[in-house]
Design a protein around this ligand. Sequence first.
Ligand SMILES: C[S@@+](CC[C@H](N)C(=O)[O-])C[C@H]1O[C@@H](n2cnc3c(N)ncnc32)[C@H](O)[C@@H]1O
Length: 310
Amino acid sequence: MQIPHIPVMLNEVKDIFKSVKDGYLIDCTMGYAGHTYALLDEKDSLCAIGCDRDEEAVKFSKNRLEKFKDRVVIEHEKFSDIVVKYEHLPIRGILADIGVSSLQLDSNDRGFGFDSSNLDMRMDITQSLSAYDIVNCYSKNELERILRDYGELKEYKKIARQICDKREKNPIKDAKSLADLIGRRGHFSGRSVSPATLAFQAIRIEVNKELQELEELLKSIERSKITDCIVCIISFHSLEDRIVKQTFKSWSKSCICPPENFRCECGNDHSLGEIITKKALEPTEIEIKANPRSRSSKLRAFYIKKDVER
Ligand SMILES: C[S@@+](CC[C@H](N)C(=O)[O-])C[C@H]1O[C@@H](n2cnc3c(N)ncnc32)[C@H](O)[C@@H]1O
C-alpha cells in the first residue's frame, strides 16, 4: 500500500502519548492514519476512534487500519462533533494534526495546489461553499478581510482589487490562474513565502472554517466529561497556534477571579490540568529536510487531570 502522507513529528507524538497504555485515543484528523497506525501498533491495549471530513481519507484509513479489527472506528465527521459522541468512553488521548494532507495538496482536482485545474479547496466535498464561490462571489471587503486576517498579507487591498478586476471580465475558474494573478514567487511581508501561498492558505481557511472548527473542538473538550487524558494539537498556522496556546493557558488557570480582585474568592480550584509542553515543539532539522512540509508545524500538549470537576 502506498501511503500518500508522511506523519509530522511522529516521534514527538509517540513520546507525548508514552504514558497512555490502554483506553481510547480520539484521532480528530485521521488523514492517512500515520499517527494512529504507529500508536496502535505499539500499544496492544489501545483502541482508536478517528474522524476526517474528507471521505477519501476515511476510506483509505479504514483500509489501512483493517488489521487492528475492532480496535478502530472511523467516521466521516467534523472534529468539532466527534468528542461529544464518545465522551462516555475512557478517552486517554486526543490528537489533532490540523491542516491539509499531502494527497489533498497534490491532487489536481481538489484545488489546493497552485497548478490545480480547479478552484475548490473543500476538505469535505459534500459541503457547498468552495474556493470558487469565495473568489468569484465574495465582496471586495470580504476578500480583504480574509486576506488580511487569515493570510496576514500586508498588500491585502491590492490583491482583493486585482481579483475583483479580473473576475469582472471573466470568472476565475482554476487555481493556476489565481496563483498567476497573485504572484507565485518571492519574499512577501518580510517572509520567504510567496503572496500566492499566503492567499491560498487564507482562502482555504475560509472555505473550511478552520479556525472556528479548532475553537469548537477545544470548547467541546473543555465541556466534556473527559478526565485523565492527554490532548495533543499540531498546527501549521500562527493563528491556530495562538488559539491552542491561549486555550491551554486558560485551562491551566486555577484562579478565575477578575484581575482587579485583591483576594481570591473563586476557590482557586478551577484548572483542568497542566500544560505538558511549556514551549511549542517544532520538527527537527532532519525531519524538515526529509519532509519540508513539516517545517511550519508546532505541537502543544495538555494533560486533563483525573479528578477534574467542571
Ligand atoms: C495533516 S492531515 C492528517 C494526517 C494524519 N495525521 C496522518 O498521519 O496521516 C489533516 C487531515 O485533517 C482533516 N481535517 C481538517 N480539518 C478537519 C475537521 N475540522 N474535521 C475533520 N477532519 C479535518 C483533513 O481532511 C486532513 O485529512
